[in-house]
Design a protein around this ligand. Structure first.
Ligand code: CAA
Length: 445
């Protein structure tokens, strides 16, 4: 059977940088360590005046199509995953296609376009849809473009404000891919939850602490389901573990719970038993509170072991290399984590061809999904072409006053006007409103 997966990836960051320690913390009267150490974030990427989910998605896609030598007729499907859509009917994918048609010969008139919604997990759901479409043989040799794009803004002074971000990840899904193939086994953990939502409003209503609990609970369910469906969860059998990363501190909490789950009944648990004992089993306790105390104590000890620290340093820590500089990109976040992990591994000279990753996605509301991916021969060449670290370096660092204005510019309830803080260069830009309230875009040479 033909293998299907991600053939190529491109990442586009919003062009402004809000430094959390230097600029945000003093203005909020907070210790910088809350952001850099507690949340694990150094900065947020924010969109300049002329940037939005369409420009960032189209710019990433243009670069991807050019690099892969594609024309619009090669693409049979364009799916956009976003939580920042500005239209309840017309999908963002039509805007992106319209942008790309300004610069490519040909058109996307025969490409099936859509928009996927389930908070941050919809980026991975779109990947799944593309995978299924190709595996079903309905692609007729054509490829799918999946774009995860968000301006992840919170209301001013919401606790989530420190985790903001803006950017897009474009992925090309194809047969015999260069980057990774997707495994068939999936695990889901899904429940009707009210942790983070946007009931017809731009900025989310968030119960931050609850959202963290829901993240962990749904991930646990997904892991159980993944193993039940035949997925391999042995920690030595995957080289990287990209998670949905709203902020690295969230993943720090999830990773140790995931590791604890995955070593249960393995030789790793046996080897660690002398040092920290065996994992308390629920069935051995009459009292639930006593079990919780025992498992918490075990987890704390596990986190301090060399075995865990080494596994975390190799498998999880590298996946933060982009997120900690740009913040939460919602639908794109787990896809940033994959790219970051691979980029760090490449820099460290690790040979990952044929090795696996365990990819854990999450969306509030809430659903977690876990699947495995196998790294392909072309991965190093593909990852070498990413210029996201140069983009991050080149961002324009803004003052707190500029941040306040730019937040207002992107607030749909405000009519703030301001001059852009950067100059567009070879990219799509937002160019005002049309007569039916549609957004208009131009390519600037
Ligand atoms: N030095 C070091 N660490 C410090 C510190 C300092 N000076 N000050 C505080 N900290 C630590 C705290 O101890 C805490 O760490 P622990 O959780 O390990 O104890 C961490 O920094 C954050 O501090 P607070 O908990 O006090 O922060 P907060 O309450 O102001 O906000 C938040 C945290 C609730 C997560 C908030 O950022 C938020 O609401 N974020 C949006 C929701 C979110 O991202 N949820 C994640 C799961 S949902 C999801 O994943 C979907 C999605 O993308 C939104």
């Amino acid at each position: 059977m033909t293998e299907v997966g991600i053939d190529g990836v491109e990442i586009w960051t919003g062009k402004l940088k809000l430094d959390l320690a230097e600029t945000f913390a003093p203005a909020q009267g907070e210790d910088p360590g809350k952001y850099t150490k507690g949340l694990g974030l150094n900065a947020s990427s924010l969109p300049d005046v002329y940037e939005d989910i369409v420009t960032m998605g189209a710019n990433a896609s243009k670069r991807l199509m050019e690099r892969k030598g594609l024309s619009p007729e090669d693409i049979g499907r364009i799916d956009v995953a976003t939580e920042s859509s500005f239209d309840q009917s017309k999908p963002v994918s039509t805007y992106v296609a319209g942008c790309l048609e300004q610069t490519f010969d040909g058109d996307f008139h025969h490409a099936n376009k859509g928009e996927r919604k389930f908070a941050c997990v919809s980026g991975t759901q779109s990947l799944d849809d593309a995978y299924n479409w190709i595996r079903a043989g309905r692609n007729q040799g054509r490829k799918a473009l999946v774009i995860a794009t968000d301006t992840a803004l919170y209301a001013r002074d919401d606790p989530g404000e420190a985790t903001q971000g803006a950017g897009a990840v474009a992925m090309l899904i194809d047969e015999d891919p260069d980057l990774v193939t997707l495994g068939d086994e999936q695990g889901f953990g899904s429940a009707d939850e009210t942790d983070f939502l946007k009931p017809n409003q731009q900025f989310p209503s968030v119960d931050g602490k609850r959202s963290m609990q829901v993240y962990l609970a749904r991930m646990r369910e997904a892991m159980i389901d993944f193993a039940r469906n035949g997925g391999d969860t042995h920690p030595d059998n995957f080289e990287l573990a990209p998670f949905h990363t709203p902020f690295p501190g969230m993943v720090r909490k999830a990773a140790v719970l995931g590791y604890r789950h995955c070593i249960r009944d393995t030789e790793i648990e046996d080897e660690l038993a002398e040092e920290i004992g065996r994992q308390p089993r629920r069935e051995a306790f009459d009292d639930h509170e006593a079990f919780l105390d025992a498992i918490t104590e075990y987890t704390d000890k596990l986190a301090e072991t060399t075995a865990y620290e080494e596994w975390y340093a190799k498998t999880v820590e590298p996946t933060f290399a982009i997120s900690r500089e740009v913040g939460n990109w919602y639908t794109g976040s787990v896809h940033l984590a994959r790219a970051a992990g691979l980029a760090e591994a490449l820099e460290d000279g690790r040979d990952l061809t044929g090795r696996n990753m365990l990819v854990s996605s999450y969306g509030s509301g809430a659903q977690a999904e876990i699947h495995a991916e196998t790294i392909q021969e072309g991965w190093a060449e593909e990852i070498e072409q990413l210029n996201i670290f140069e983009q991050i370096e080149k961002r324009n660092e803004i003052t707190f006053e500029e941040y306040e204005s730019i937040h207002d510019v992107h607030n749909h309830d405000e009519t703030t006007e301001m001059e852009p803080l950067t100059s567009p260069d070879g990219e799509f830009v937002f160019d005002g409103w049309g007569r039916m309230g549609e957004r208009k875009y131009t390519y600037v040479e």
